[in-house]
Design a binder for this molecule. Structure first.
Ligand SMILES: [Mg+2]
Length: 233
């Protein structure tokens, strides 16, 4: 019998295959909006530039230096600018809306996600999503990919007012679950966000090392595939 009762799980890139779903959405957008002609670039070049710009904006968003509304538009308007397009706000807004509308409809999950959730549910753990992602898309992603049924709670930073790794989001969750930290376990793909945050709150962690990261500290457990979690729980 495991000492844990509550399993806290990150959504993006831990269960929901963010990269695959994002790439699919962008591929469709690229052709629908004629971006190849407009940017004089092929899809991969456009996508690589977007990826760099988006990552930078997300860092700033996580530090609280820009708003979500700005990020939605800027990740596309700045990418268009990068390719020499002028007056990018209106199209940036359109692409931003398209992306936010279409991407959560995509259903690719990280390999083993469905099997893991079935397993954890069969073992009677209480399962909670803990995500910094945007409220208007996270529920839809879970619904369309069919994993919403496994979760007892969904904790979103937007609702709670603190983002991982801030320990106050974890303290809030412990309160909401009436749980001791020692009875909880956090599963996530991001050392700086999921794993450091849980550790600061005294919660054990399973780091899903899907990108061969070299962590600064040693998590409670490290796995390289979601399947490996089942033998731990
Ligand atoms: Mg993640």
């Amino acid at each position: 019998m495991s000492k844990y009762r509550h399993i806290l799980i990150d959504l993006d890139r831990t269960l929901w295959d963010f990269e695959r779903n994002s790439r699919q959405t962008m591929t469709e957008m690229f052709s629908e909006y004629g971006l190849q002609q407009l940017c004089h670039a092929d899809f991969q070049t456009f996508f690589d530039a977007y990826h760099v710009i988006n990552t930078g904006l997300w860092k700033a968003y996580n530090n609280g230096t820009l708003t979500k509304e700005y990020l939605y538009v800027a990740r596309f308007s700045l990418t268009l600018e990068h390719f020499g397009v002028e007056n990018t706000y209106a199209l940036g807004k359109k692409l931003g809306d398209y992306y936010v509308f279409e991407s959560p409809k995509k259903t690719a999950l990280i390999d083993g996600a469905d099997e893991l959730l079935r397993y954890l549910k069969s073992k009677d753990y209480s399962l909670s999503i803990v995500s910094n992602g945007f409220k208007e898309v996270q529920f839809e992603k879970m619904r369309t990919s069919g994993i919403d049924v496994f979760f007892d709670h969904v904790f979103l930073s937007e609702d709670i007012g603190y983002q991982k790794p801030d320990r106050r989001i974890f303290d809030h969750i412990l309160g909401a679950l009436s749980a001791q930290p020692a009875r909880c376990l956090m599963i996530g793909d991001d050392m700086n966000v999921d794993i450091a945050g849980a550790r600061n709150a005294g919660i054990d962690q399973i780091f899903c090392n899907f990108t061969d990261a070299k962590p600064d500290f040693t998590p409670t457990h490290t796995v390289f595939h979601l399947h490996d979690i089942m033998s731990l729980l």
